[in-house]
Ligand binder design. Structure first.
Ligand SMILES: Nc1ncnc2c1ncn2[C@@H]1O[C@H](COP(=O)(O)OP(=O)(O)O)[C@@H](O)[C@H]1O
Ligand SMILES: [Mg+2]
Length: 367
């Protein structure tokens, strides 16, 4: 299987492209035939669990590692043999990697000093950059005198000062607390737009990936599982791994048999579930938690079952429930309503969903 066969060919607007890139360490491939691309000015996020090959992929884009197979192109030209600087890339690391013995000003000036620019010009550009990332008042401080979020902004400023065309960020916010992460997420997006750069962002955090990205590449054990927009990844997961990773809960695996109406019926966990498309053989099907309906009265949905409420969590705007249909647990996550708010554990309910809401997970292989 070549994973790139699953995806549409790169569009003409693509700026940065990886074409069937493989990286091996001691004969073992840790990145296996990954193909992905990002358009100028977009944010691409590489999402996946620890050890799946995100950093290795990013380093090949950055020019810190050379692929064993495949190619990296920028603006239509191969850049595999070019340095980071030559390909216009700058990288921001998870641990900031600031120079501890240098002030903020000197940290940010570093790239320009390496370019041997005149001191007056460096001072002017550094002042302008510090103002743009709102760090002017911290210019004379040392990294240890700054919060984690401020240090990360210094790291961003230091990367941006050389005016990169491509900004690469390796889990830049993962050592910060949740609130600060959200704040820096929007600061990053603002900087990304203002500087007109193309960004490749690495994270293992689903919400962060979905919130900032135009395109998401989901990786698992060196393989690209799916490449698409956040909505495509969430609403049409191509593999069981992606469905689980993006948080699908109600996944049924069973034997499907085509039915006369053009759809099919899946036998799974003792339930007969009507599916919108013709399917046969073993399939995985997901019912998104926000599509499931729960009611004390009969439902008119294409799939409906009698069940017992197991748990109810009232979360303000939404109500989260689990309902047992026989031994099968079905989760829902629904807008609060007067009826749902009165549900209690042990209540008899009807649970169901429309036939079209079932998502058939195609599995690995050509589309
Ligand atoms: N220099 C190296 N030598 C050998 N194996 C490596 C090296 N760098 C990374 N790996 C292995 O490659 C795999 C992917 O690593 P990495 O790209 O850092 O993953 P991620 O960033 O997704 O956590 C891991 O199994 C890791 O142990
Ligand atoms: Mg990593």
């Amino acid at each position: 299987m070549t994973s790139h066969a699953q995806f549409p060919p790169a569009s003409t607007t693509d700026y940065l492209t990886l074409d069937v890139v493989t990286k091996r360490y001691g004969g073992k491939a840790v990145v296996k035939g990954v193909s992905l691309s990002v358009a100028r000015g977009e944010v691409l996020t590489i999402l996946g669990p620890s050890g799946c090959g995100k950093t290795t992929t990013l380093k090949m884009i950055a020019g810190f590692l050379e692929p064993d197979d495949g190619s990296v192109s920028v603006d239509g030209a191969r850049v595999d043999k070019l340095s980071s600087h030559q390909r216009g890339a700058a990288m921001v690391f998870q641990n900031y990697a600031l120079f501890p013995h240098m002030t903020v000003r000197r940290n940010v000036a570093f790239g320009l000093r390496m370019q041997r620019k005149p001191a007056a010009e460096i001072a002017r550009e550094v002042d302008a950059m510090l103002a743009r990332v709102r760090l002017s008042e911290f210019a004379e401080r040392y990294p240890r005198e700054l919060s984690g979020g401020q240090q990360q902004r210094v790291a961003l400023a230091r990367a941006l000062i050389i005016r990169p065309k491509i900004l690469l960020l390796d889990e830049p916010f993962s050592s910060l607390d949740a609130k600060l992460r959200k704040q820096l997420r929007s600061e990053f997006l603002e900087i990304h737009r203002n500087f007109g750069i193309t960004s490749v962002f690495v994270t293992h955090d689903l919400e962060e990936a979905f919130a900032i990205s135009d395109r998401v590449a989901v990786m698992n054990t060196g393989v690209l599982e799916q490449f698409g927009s956040p909505t495509e990844i969430f609403s049409r997961p191509r593999t069981r791994f992606v469905a689980d990773f993006v948080g699908h809960k109600n996944i049924f695996t069973g034997e499907a048999v085509a039915s006369a109406d053009g759809g099919s019926v899946l036998a799974a966990d003792g339930l007969s579930i009507r599916l919108p498309a013709a399917a046969s053989g073993e399939v995985d099907v997901s019912i998104p938690v926000h599509r499931v309906r729960v009611s004390r009265t009969a439902l008119d949905t294409g799939n409906a079952f009698r069940g017992d409420v197991e748990t109810v969590a009232y979360l303000g705007p939404v109500v989260q429930t689990t309902v047992l249909v026989g031994a099968t647990r079905i989760e829902s996550y629904l807008s609060a309503s007067p009826e749902l708010e009165t549900l209690r554990s042990g209540d008899k309910v009807e649970i169901g969903w429309d036939v079209e809401d079932a998502v058939v997970i195609p599995g690995a292989g050509p589309a």
